[in-house]
Design a binder for this molecule. Structure first.
Ligand SMILES: [Zn+2]
Length: 530
């Protein structure tokens, strides 16, 4: 059999001679696998879609030329944080249904602050337990159902919570770089440990601190080692460079630094492609390149201390809050959420903020309350301002993606390019609903994907997994996203119809978010802030 193959006989010939089962059993497992495609997902952490304009991205462009690009892709959900985005990318479920709405939330059973997506929660298995308890399906689970011997690897050089949220309970190996003294050492998440011999490879330990493109280079080195030594059917890769530098230097506010990061990220995509080719599986691999969220700069910034004071003065008993490019506030007196939200808008202009932030920058908030047995968010608007019905509809849609029993009692929505700041070294942020935090790249290529097509559809993170399922010949179920049927070479008419049905409303929501960003930026420019 091997001689037949070596002599140049095609697999088809070998299979017709021996039958597919026999030839598979006899031959090199790599070359004679069932024809299910491989899946590789590259998540560029906090990579705003317009970063792609800062430097040439020939490798991403090459993937797009043999696949489909979505220039209007957006997060399409809240909170726009890393754990939530990565969980959604592989499950196709909204944060409300994965249970991972951000880094932390209220535990609905105990009422306690639940820090599940931070270190202790990840290392103790709570993040995965959350996904399991919420009953979501995922790309890793589905591939292992198809082929129990298939291996799933998920990794990041630094963001353990990204690797864990993306891989979930079904992943075999989940790994990340852990800074220890003057080194950053690749290690596994408990219960997902790669073999010790794998972790010992010198290429998987780097000098710490890493700088610039090294964050992404280390992650891709881990991925390439995994590709060759762990034989993954599904390989999930978080490249954290754009997030780390975006926070440090303000993202779009420092285009020269970000251009360097962008260039390095694209080089990593190139390395990946060449190693898939070297391994002989490039044409059998579905490759998704996207981001978990964007990043906004600190044209305006509001210290966390100001938010805390405002909540207190507004009659709120602050439990905890999360600041980013909007503020998510949990109260100990949630029944007062309506009054507290309205009062915050009145109180904020009376507090000193800082030199660059006008005291009336925040013009609306939403409070969560029970209506006929269901929690819903309703708006309050600062005196003398208004909230357009289109934008309110967009926010209602976005709140719906994370409004579960753990969700915050009040959401303060910031204008574009305004951030909360808890630490002096934070200059860029995300987390909110504005366009800078929402607009992401998305390129899908591989077997079954249309070639060289650009789609105007406002694809969301939650649409990625259903689309990968369709490409694997599976029916997505228990998912909130839809199949991006326009990406498929052979879509089912029902899939196309479903995408068409959803398009007008999603486009309207996205347009409202973009329109508000345009207004915000014009106002900031007029005020001399930008
Ligand atoms: Zn971040």
């Amino acid at each position: 059999m091997r001689r037949l193959l070596a002599a140049g006989a095609g697999l088809g010939f070998a299979e017709s001679l021996l039958g597919p089962g026999v030839s598979r059993a006899l031959a090199d497992p790599q070359s004679l696998r069932p024809r299910t495609p491989f899946v590789v997902m590259v998540v560029l952490d906090a990579f705003r879609a317009d970063y792609a304009d800062l430097a040439p991205m020939p490798h991403l462009d090459w993937l797009a030329s043999r696949g489909v690009r979505y220039p209007n892709a957006w997060v399409g959900q809240l909170e726009s944080y890393t754990p939530a985005g990565h969980a959604t990318l592989t499950t196709g479920a909204s944060p409300a249904r994965t249970g991972v709405i951000g880094f932390q939330w209220r535990d609905p059973k105990t009422g306690a602050e639940d820090l599940t997506a931070w270190w202790n929660g990840v290392m103790s298995g709570r993040l995965e337990a959350t996904l399991r308890a919420h009953g979501v399906d995922s790309i890793p689970q589905a591939v292992k159902r198809l082929d129990p011997s298939a291996r799933v690897v998920s990794l990041s050089s630094e963001k353990y919570y990204a690797a864990d949220a993306m891989g979930g309970p079904a992943a075999d190996f989940i790994m990340f770089g852990r800074p220890m003294g003057a080194k950053i050492i690749t290690q596994g998440i408990p219960h997902h440990q790669p073999p010790a011999s794998f972790l010992k490879a010198p290429r998987l330990t780097w000098p710490w601190p890493l700088t610039f493109g090294q964050f992404d280079e280390m992650a891709m080195t881990m991925a390439i080692e995994a590709l060759h030594l762990l034989d993954p059917r599904v390989l999930l890769i978080n490249l954290p460079g754009a997030d780390i530098y975006g926070h440090r230097i303000g993202g779009p506010d420092a285009p020269k630094v970000m251009a360097n990061i962008v260039q390095h990220a694209d080089q990593q995509i190139g390395r990946l492609v060449s190693h898939l080719q070297r391994r002989g599986i490039l044409d059998q691999t579905i490759i998704v390149v996207t981001a978990d969220h964007g990043m906004v700069q600190n044209t305006y910034q509001l210290d966390d201390a100001v938010i805390k004071t405002a909540v207190k003065k507004a009659g709120g008993d602050l439990f905890f809050h999360v600041g980013g490019s909007s503020a998510y506030i949990w109260l100990r007196n949630p029944h007062d959420s309506a009054a507290v939200a309205a009062n915050i808008l009145s109180v904020l202009p009376t507090l000193p903020t800082n030199g660059t932030t006008p005291s009336d920058a925040i013009t609306f908030a939403h409070y969560r309350h029970l209506v006929a047995g269901h929690y819903r968010y309703d708006p309050v608007v600062a005196p003398g301002t208004s909230l357009s019905p289109d934008l309110e509809a967009a926010y209602q849609y976005l709140f719906g993606t994370f409004n579960n029993l753990s969700a915050p009692d009040i959401v303060l929505s910031y204008p574009e390019n305004m951030i909360s700041r808890a630490a002096a070294d934070r200059h860029g942020e995300h987390g909110g609903a504005t366009w800078g935090a929402q607009h992401v790249p998305l390129v899908i290529s591989g077997p079954g994907v249309r070639r060289n097509f650009t789609s105007p559809f406002p694809a969301r993170l939650m649409d990625v997994a259903p689309t990968v399922f369709a490409l694997l010949g599976l029916n997505p179920h228990r998912m909130d996203g839809l199949v991006l049927a326009d990406a498929l070479q052979h879509p089912h008419p029902a899939q196309l119809a479903l995408q068409d049905v959803h398009a007008p409303l999603l486009i309207a929501h996205q347009k409202a978010v973009i329109a508000q960003a345009t207004l915000d930026l014009a106002a900031q420019a007029a005020a001399g802030a930008a």
